[in-house]
Design a protein around this ligand. Sequence first.
Ligand SMILES: NC(=O)c1ccc[n+]([C@@H]2O[C@H](COP(=O)([O-])OP(=O)(O)OC[C@H]3O[C@@H](n4cnc5c(N)ncnc54)[C@H](OP(=O)(O)O)[C@@H]3O)[C@@H](O)[C@H]2O)c1
Length: 276
Amino acid sequence: MATPRPQVILITGATSGIGGATAKCLAQRGHTVFGTGRHVPEGPGADGVTFVQMDVDDTASVERAVAAVLDQAGRIDAVINNAGFGIGGSVEDTSVEEAMELFQTNVFGVLRVCRAVLPGMRRRQDGAIVTVSSLGGRMGLPFQGLYAASKFAIEGMMESLRMEVRGLGVRVTLVEPGDVATGFTAARRLAAASAEGSAYRAPFLRALGQIESDERGGVPALAAARVVARVVEDRDPPLRTTVGKPDQRLAAVLQGLLPGGLFQRILADHYHLDRD
Ligand SMILES: NC(=O)c1ccc[n+]([C@@H]2O[C@H](COP(=O)([O-])OP(=O)(O)OC[C@H]3O[C@@H](n4cnc5c(N)ncnc54)[C@H](OP(=O)(O)O)[C@@H]3O)[C@@H](O)[C@H]2O)c1
């Protein structure tokens, strides 16, 4: 990659996984990087990343963190909406309360951060908003229905935002990873009703085993980080870009080519749904 124009970049969920690797990668490339999370290291972080506490579930926390970055750096050129987590369980077994907690972070967290940074970007007629979605934001996945719903929601939000701000100098992109080996697998919550006694217990456990094994065998966080970094530095980025193993990226293409029923049968087979 060519030497980039130095930017002030704010990354949510930079304490581990894709966000952590992206923060390091962008700092190494000469950018001023502020990494955020609920639990951040004290003082100046390693690898040239400055950490600021931010819980994306809390509007006041988001506003405080954005104000602290503006105080220190004077501007925010780019934001990477990366904080998020997953929930496993059938749609029927997922309570509205569990789904609302997921949406607080994965959907409303993105909205909160965008609303906090957009006024400055509009004033300066320059900015980039990169949102880490998922291939699960393109296709429903069994026993990850509410997670997929949260990623579909941000896909719609970012598609709309891109058109709204295109004349204002603000670039909007979605990065859609397939499986990436990070702390995401261990952090996944399970719907309480998916425990012993659930009508879906056997296929759920088979699918969850496959999901976890796919994630552990996924691409390293650095592979996703390099794609995010490339998009942040691109003055004319695409609306969407994928990252992951070739077969998973191909799935996103096949989904548009194959009849819907056939595509769902392939997914059902991959997740061992029909094996009773
Ligand atoms: N790993 C995969 O296979 C995969 C695939 C597709 C998409 N993704 C997406 O990639 C993004 C990053 O995930 P990852 O794989 O890097 O997982 P990870 O290692 O678990 O990292 C998640 C990050 O989000 C932060 N976070 C969680 N809740 C937060 C909150 N309420 N406020 C602020 N920060 C919060 C965590 O930091 P704290 O705990 O310090 O708050 C952590 O830094 C997520 O949006 C995920 O959906 C991951």
